[in-house]
Design a protein around this ligand. Structure first.
Ligand code: HEM
Ligand SMILES: *[C@@H]1O[C@H](CO)[C@@H](O)[C@H](O)[C@H]1NC(C)=O
Length: 347
């Protein structure tokens, strides 16, 4: 009996690794290999069912404390998943610090003085190592933290495929190249997402992440004073909104002052982001152009999400699952880092 089970188990595990290694040939490539949704990704929501069944509980309990202390941290952790997955895939490359071998992505332009939440990831990872040593990857830790933060902020829950492994490299150049800037045109935003295997629906739904969190003045100042290199504001900015922004963000200085991306409900994950951009009160250019960019499909989605929050949540769940499945390291590729900030020491 017992030995039959073991044999069956071994066959199951062997076939799992075989299919995983076929789906993901060895080696870590530059750029992203979109793998889309569902079982083809090779990741599984049950990945830690036997090896760390309490993983999600541990993550959520630490998130609860962190969000109670500072509501914005949920937004910062959600953003980490985006900045991880768009650069070499969801492999925790974003967490690596500078060393002799590693040029950290933290110093790339979109990340520097901007991306945050590393201390909370460290705390979660330490608790996971304590409960289940050398088991849960840093890449999965980011994904679990992003899902938990979304749910704790009032957003939707999704079945989260797990089993990503951690990279031994980071790529600052790719972070500069593949993370979209806030002043991008709609045409460019579509291209940035296409490169990752993400479509227009994904672009509009995932931009809805800006229903929580904050941005620095430097990220939207061009809209206030020099939108088209003509020393004039962006005419699509609603007038009174423009005046409050200009007060917070003067022409010179104040670059690190911060404003909420969704000033109506800055720490609640809801669909007010879409209502705001329809009123000319989106904070970033990349937000506003979803409505003003003259793409009927995209503007139509904005309107649908503004009118129908359940539809937004449904599409969001689908799109963030796709994003979370971009080019994971599996099988014998990568490693399970002990400390998310550095690759394991070879002994
Ligand atoms: C569509 C292209 C996108 C652009 C151009 C963009 C750009 C930005 C910028 C410039 C900021 C503020 C950074 C700062 O001023 O320090 C920001 C914040 C944020 N972004 Fe995005 N983003 C995009 C898509 C996404 C996606 C896909 C997600 C998540 C799935 C996301 C999640 C967030 C969150 C939650 C914040 C607030 C972070 C905090 O308060 O710490 N963004 N984004
Ligand atoms: C966006 O901002 C960067 C940096 O300030 C600037 O070089 C670039 O020309 C801007 N792009 C557009 C489309 O305005």
């Amino acid at each position: 009996m017992a030995s039959t089970k073991i044999v069956l188990g071994a066959i199951f595990i062997a076939s799992f690794y075989l299919s995983a290694s076929l789906a993901f040939p060895p080696g870590h490539h530059e750029g992203a290999y979109p793998v889309g949704n569902g079982p083809v990704s090779g990741l599984s929501p049950d990945y830690y069912k036997f090896t760390c069944p309490q993983a999600d509980e541990i993550v959520v309990s630490i998130l609860k404390k962190a969000i109670a202390k500072e509501p914005r941290i949920g937004a910062s952790l959600l953003r980490l998943l985006f900045h991880d997955c768009f650069v070499q895939g969801c492999d925790a490359s974003v967490l690596l610090d500078d060393t002799e071998e590693v040029v950290s992505e933290k110093n790339a332009i979109p990340n520097k003085n901007s991306i945050r939440g590393f201390e909370v990831i460290d705390e979660i990872k330490a608790a996971l190592e304590e409960a289940c040593p050398h088991t849960v990857s840093c890449a999965d830790t980011i994904a679990l933290a992003a899902r938990g933060s979304t749910v704790l902020s009032g957003g939707p829950y999704w079945e989260l495929p797990l089993g990503r492994r951690d990279s031994k490299t980071a790529n600052m150049k790719l972070a500069n190249k593949y993370l979209p800037p806030p002043n991008a045109t709609l045409h460019r935003l579509i291209k940035f997402f296409q490169r990752q295997g993400l479509d227009k629906v994904d672009l509009v739904a995932l931009s809805g992440s800006h229903t929580i969190g904050k941005a620095r003045c430097v990220s939207f100042k061009q809209r206030l004073y020099n939108q088209h290199r003509d020393n004039r504001p962006d005419i699509t900015l609603e007038k009174s909104f423009y005046h409050t922004l200009a007060l917070a963000c003067p022409h010179t200085g104040g670059d690190n002052n911060i404003r909420s991306l969704d000033f109506v409900s800055p720490s609640k994950f809801d669909n007010s982001y879409y209502k705001l951009i329809m009123e000319g009160r989106g904070l970033l250019n990349s937000d506003e152009v979803l409505w003003t960019g003259k793409d009927p499909e995209i503007a139509g989605l904005v309107k649908s999400y503004a009118e129908n929050e359940p539809l937004f949540f449904e599409h969001y769940v689908n799109s963030i699952t796709k994003m979370g499945n971009i080019n994971p390291l599996m099988g014998h590729n990568g490693e399970i880092r002990k400390n998310c900030r550095r690759v394991n020491q070879e002994i």
